[in-house]
Design a protein around this ligand. Structure first.
Ligand SMILES: Nc1ncnc2c1ncn2[C@@H]1O[C@H](COP(=O)(O)OP(=O)(O)OP(=O)(O)O)[C@@H](O)[C@H]1O
Length: 233
């Protein structure tokens, strides 16, 4: 059994008389510790899939098996605990707490979970050991995303879910952040899922899930993923 198995997942939004199929019979598997890119154009249904995997929403039907447990069946309390303990989120616009320092941003996240990693050690790993007492506004965009990655990693989650993590960064910084993400995923053996509309980013993944028009169109495995720093777009 794969670490993640999404089976016959549908998400339908009811807008008055109209039904919007955000996800239509989605099926895929992801192995533990691998990097997966979910690729597709705007409106394809990528964020909806990520929301299901992250316990931010539940499907209309189907299964979301994470480590053998169907999170689609979770009630609100179980979803809260799942999001808190098992999922590290990395967003396009970082979502840091502005009036907490770098270290405090990570400590706040780790204080909520049981088996967290040492915040200072993780900040050191992402190259922010000299910036622990700075506030987010005193960091560059790339550093803020490094902090967001550290905050997610320090929770020691089962999954790292990344929604367009380079969307707000310039070309070089974006590639550096992707490189850090892939190194962190390999080093900490974390299952990382990155959603993007940039097909070049797909080349760094072990598996690429193409989503288009609310459906999975193809799943492709890269036997030799490219290093993120060597991507060109
Ligand atoms: N809460 C909602 N209510 C109604 N429709 C929704 C809702 N969330 C998403 N949708 C619709 O579902 C479809 C898929 O949206 P989704 O955000 O998953 O796409 P996406 O691939 O992530 O797009 P983008 O790259 O632009 O973020 C879209 O047609 C969107 O308008």
């Amino acid at each position: 059994m794969a670490y993640i198995e999404v089976k016959n997942e549908n998400k339908i939004y009811q807008m008055g008389e109209t039904q919007i199929f955000a996800n239509r019979d989605i099926n895929f598997e992801i192995e533990k510790g691998k990097i997966t890119v979910i690729l597709g154009p705007s409106g394809a249904g990528k964020s909806t899939v990520l929301n299901m995997l992250g316990g931010m929403d539940s499907p209309s039907s189907g299964q979301i098996l994470i480590d053998g447990v169907d999170v689609a069946k979770f009630n609100d309390r179980q979803l809260t605990l799942y999001r808190r303990n098992d999922v590290g989120f990395i967003f396009q616009f970082y979502n840091l707490i502005p009036n907490l320092t770098t270290l405090e941003n990570v400590e706040l996240a780790t204080s909520l979970v049981k088996d967290s990693l040492d915040p200072k050690e993780v900040l050191d790993q992402v190259g922010l050991s000299e910036r622990m007492s700075n506030f987010p506004s005193q960091l560059s965009g790339g550093e803020q995303q490094r902090l967001a990655i550290a905050r997610a990693l320090a929770k020691n989650p089962k999954l790292l879910l990344c929604d367009e993590p380079t969307g707000a960064l310039d070309y070089t910084t974006g590639k550096q952040v992707l490189q850090l993400l892939s190194e962190a995923s390999r080093k900490f053996n974390k299952t990382a899922i990155i959603i993007t509309h940039n097909s070049e980013i797909a080349k760094m993944a072990d598996r690429v899930i193409h989503i288009n028009d609310s459906k999975v169109h193809e799943v492709i495995d890269n036997s030799q993923p490219i290093k993120a720093v060597d991507l060109v777009w």
